[in-house]
Design a protein around this ligand. Structure first.
Ligand code: FAD
Length: 388
């Protein structure tokens, strides 16, 4: 049995801690704030396999298969459902692009199809179909509750013996040659150190700082925090906007009904680089911008009260694909999820835990595609299809 430190208590760190414990490892999980406080509890709940490249499609097809059984495995209600994603085209060129994407997705077993607006209206009864020519519809995409999912993983991880420490900040990673030896941390003002056999950097937007602690170049994996915001309406009748609905040409704006309370979550690609890693201030500019699109998609939103607005980070790499793999002999990374970490977590956590303990994994994760050293080699992948 090895002692493994996981740095970062978001969905990736917590899920990987659980998977490592399942494989019999001794795990210490460090979270500097409270679990989920990074991007995870700020996310829009969406889960999709509708990507535009083989690596992300295959990974997400597998991840959705894990999502389907996750509640049962974790013995908890996590709010997962196949509510679908509906992308809407506003031009003939976009319809053609949808067809190409659908062909690619179908090739890897993802059941996306092109639909007409009559069918779109059956799926989303209050949709304004008038501006749209066609939809790309995958009923197997879905959503889940980020709070319940993280807490379910955490509870099971603790049951399996994970030493999960909140409000405990990692402040140093001791290294000898190409091996990390210990992790230094601060809790309640007290500084301590623990010897470890391996470390996973799962700190997403903060990952460059942890890499630097381990003596690596801070920009080895260039992860930039982009501020993304959401607004949410008061609850609407259940089943009005079950899928995530997005016309990509409208600045990647989207709406999705919260599976728990029925409020409509509205997002958009209105983004900017965060001023700092504490920059969570929502902006009026976003509120105005996102609602302009949201009411064009769902006119009824005009009559609903906005009850919440919040901000979080998309921790973006230059090609919007995460960095997943080994950085040193026993120092690993899974970070830079660029807006897709929640949906990818079940697959990535399993893959990472298997890779760290056995050197290989049965998850269809393309290690070369996500290779963390690709940026240093100047080998960018095609940009992952990101919305919002
Ligand atoms: P995080 O949740 O950010 O966790 C990293 C943790 O590391 C943080 O809690 C942080 O406090 C901790 N940490 C940092 N430094 C240290 C240290 N020194 N010591 C200890 N702990 C440390 N994704 C989807 O899949 N679907 C969506 O619909 C979706 N919508 C989104 C909408 C918005 C508005 C935003 C902001 C994001 C959205 N995302 C979505 C992205 C998703 O939230 C992230 O990709 C995902 O949560 C990343 O999880 P993580 O565990 O890698 O990172």
């Amino acid at each position: 049995m090895s002692r493994i430190a996981v740095i970062g208590g978001g969905i990736i760190g917590v899920a990987t801690a659980y998977e490592l414990a399942k494989l019999g490892e001794e795990v210490i999980l460090f979270e500097k704030n409270y679990f989920g406080s990074g991007s995870t509890f700020r996310c829009a709940t969406g889960i999709r396999a509708q990507f535009t490249d083989e690596a992300n499609i295959r990974l997400m097809k597998y991840s959705i298969e894990r999502w389907e059984k996750l509640g049962e495995e974790l013995e908890a209600e996590i709010g997962f459902r196949h509510s679908g994603y509906l992308f809407l085209a506003t031009s003939e060129e976009e319809v053609e692009a949808f067809k190409n994407n659908i062909n690619l997705q179908n090739r890897f077993g993802v059941s996306t199809r092109l639909i007409e607006m009559d069918e779109a209206r059956e799926i989303v009864p209050i949709l304004n179909t008038e501006p749209f020519l066609a939809g790309a519809w995958n009923p197997m995409d879905g959503k889940a509750n980020p709070f319940k999912t993280l807490f379910a993983y955490l509870a099971k991880a603790k049951e399996l013996g994970v030493d999960a420490r909140e409000h405990t900040e990692v402040i140093g990673v001791e290294r000898e040659g190409d091996e990390v030896k210990a992790v230094k941390f601060r809790s309640n003002g007290k500084v301590e150190s623990v010897k470890v056999d391996a470390v996973l950097n799962a700190s997403n937007a903060w990952a460059p700082l942890i890499n630097e602690m381990a003596g690596l170049k801070k920009d080895l994996i260039p992860i930039t925090p982009y501020k993304h915001q959401l607004v949410k309406t008061e609850p609407l009748k259940e089943g009005q906007v079950e899928p995530l609905v997005c016309p990509p040409s409208w600045n990647d704006s989207y709406v999705i009904q919260d599976g728990e309370d029925g409020g409509i979550i509205c997002g958009s690609g209105i983004e900017h680089e965060a001023k700092s890693l504490d920059d969570y201030e929502p902006t009026y500019n976003f509120l105005r911008g996102v609602l302009r699109y949201a009411v064009k998609i769902i006119p009824a939103i005009r009559h609903a009260h906005i009850v919440r607005q919040w901000a979080g980070f998309y921790a973006k790499t230059p090609d919007k694909n995460p960095a997943i793999g080994r950085l040193l002999d026993n120092f690993y990374i899974a970070a830079g999820f660029s807006g897709h970490g929640f949906m990818m977590a079940p697959a990535v956590a399993q893959a990472m835990a298997e890779f760290m303990t056995k050197g290989k994994s049965k998850v269809p994760l393309d290690w070369e595609w996500y290779d963390p050293y690709r940026f240093e080699r100047g080998e960018l992948r095609s940009s992952a299809f990101q919305i919002g």
